[in-house]
Design a protein around this ligand. Structure first.
Ligand code: PLP
Length: 462
């Protein structure tokens, strides 16, 4: 054990997770004390535009009156009842609303308290179903490299990031990986059409290599999050993936924890495609929208009913289907639908993409702009023509976030895979952001790019 005397203790400012982070990850994080709409304020009174809705979570902004009053009203009636022993009305209402919005094939919803638990439930559901049907050999999972599916041990096993896997391998059954469809870095001269087919073909090859009777499920993000910087594979890719999963009896899970709830312009991303519907969808972040921890696994009535006839699916967490959380989720859904936020997402998303591309054309370091709806990302490079990365030790993502905060923008970007697949930040403001606020976002982002590039010039990188 390390001698306590030798550790350089940092002041205990109380509770914040940054005390647990590496000392090399130390930068001044503002203490936020107030939020309203798309803005946040710190204790010094500085305001920030919430350019990524926290970690792509606060989809309807801060301080929403409908949600706050639904929360207060429900809290006054009932905060808790346990799903295994009693039903509650907010859960019944939210299930009805959510499954109707999700559409055919998603008539059942199981509510947990976040994205990781929902992903965990989805994996367990697939396994329990096959087990109950006597197909006990099916236990192998396939996922993408890079990807992110959450922080429980089950989720780390499928997340495509060896910086986690190295620590926990031996304790968990790490999934088999196929390359994510990252056109910008890996397609080379291959067309998007052919590259999509190649990437989907990799799934079939992997299933055959593992032995098709042993493969349980393939899990994929329809639009990537911060592990890949909003990569957005075309419909063709997902159609092929669906065809291959059908051929081998492999469950297809879409992890829409980040991309769901309207963020890409439709309630679920696959609503934009035909013949590419998954068996299971997982949602979270935008469902509680930063007001309460909430996630859900959605699947068909036929699968759930069939399993219920056999063994049932008896995995409960204490806060499953919590009435307070469900009441908040209902108010969030009503807010999205009543205010036409899907339409706003498409319109402002298009405006922001155009503006980001303009910014890219003027900048030295924005190599790529990508994404769908209001799930966008910009990728940084040292040289646009060669796509050479900024040397990793400069920690470009972290540095950009710091410059952005100085310009009044809070931006999310998590350096996954130690930056090996690129450095990117997410441009994903609340779905109800106005055109004027989106213009302000671009103005502050442009100033941030100037600061960032001046620093890189001083460092001799540009
Ligand atoms: C695609 C995806 N899946 C799962 C998760 C895990 O969700 P949570 O942090 O709510 O556990 C995240 C979180 O960022 C995510 O982006």
């Amino acid at each position: 054990m390390e001698n306590k005397q030798t550790i350089n203790h940092r002041p205990s400012v109380g509770g914040a997770q940054d005390l647990f982070y590496s000392h090399s990850d130390e930068f001044p994080r503002p203490t936020i004390i107030k939020g309203e709409g798309a803005f946040l304020w710190d204790e010094q009174g500085q305001s920030y535009l919430d350019a990524s809705s926290g970690p792509v979570t606060c989809n309807i902004g801060h301080g929403n009156k409908r949600v706050l009053s639904a929360m207060a009203e429900q809290a006054g009636k009932l905060c808790f009842s346990f799903a295994s022993t009693a039903r509650n009305k907010p859960n019944l209402l939210l299930s009805k609303q959510l499954t109707e919005l999700a559409g055919d094939g998603f008539e059942r919803a199981l509510f947990v308290s976040g994205g990781s638990l929902a992903v965990d439930m989805a994996i367990k559901f697939c396994r329990q179903y096959r087990y109950a049907k006597g197909e006990t050999k099916r236990h192998q999972l396939i996922s993408c490299q890079p990807s992110y599916h959450g922080m429980t041990l089950g989720c780390l096993a499928v997340s495509g990031d060896p910086t986690f896997n190295d620590v926990f391998s031996g304790m968990i059954n790490i999934s088999s990986k196929i390359q994510s469809m990252m056109n910008y870095r890996f397609a080379g001269d291959v067309s998007e059409h052919d590259y999509a087919l190649q990437c989907a073909q990799a799934l079939e090859s992997k299933i055959i290599a593992l032995g098709d009777e042993s493969v349980l499920a393939f899990i994929v993000e329809p639009v990537g999050g911060s592990s890949s910087g909003a990569i957005s594979p075309p419909e063709l890719y997902f159609k092929e993936v669906r065809r291959i999963c059908n051929k081998y009896g492999v469950f297809l899970i879409y992890d829409e924890v980040m991309s769901g709830l309207g963020r890409t312009g439709t309630f679920l991303t696959h609503h934009q495609w035909s013949d590419a519907q998954p068996d299971i969808v997982v949602v979270a972040k935008g469902l509680g929208a930063g007001y309460i921890p909430l996630g859900a696994m959605l699947t068909s009535a036929s699968l759930v009913d069939e399993l219920a006839e056999l063994t049932g699916f008896n995995y409960a967490h204490t806060y499953n289907a919590n009435p307070l959380a469900c009441a908040v989720g209902s108010a969030v859904l009503t807010e999205i639908i009543d205010n036409n936020l899907l339409e706003n997402t498409i319109n402002i998303g298009r405006f922001l993409q155009d503006q980001l591309k303009l910014l890219q054309s003027k900048s030295l370091t924005i190599g790529d702009v990508r994404g769908k709806g209001l799930l966008l990302a910009i990728e940084f490079v040292a040289c646009k023509s060669t796509k050479t990365q900024i040397p990793l030790h400069y920690q470009a993502t972290e540095k950009f976030k710091q410059f952005a905060a100085k310009q009044g923008l809070l931006i999310y970007g998590r350096r996954s895979n130690n930056g090996l697949y690129g450095e990117y930040v997410m441009i994903a403001p609340p779905l109800n952001i106005s055109r004027k606020e989106a213009e302000l976002l671009i103005k502050r982002l442009s100033l941030t790019v100037i600061d960032f590039e001046s620093w890189l010039k001083k460092e001799g990188v540009l």
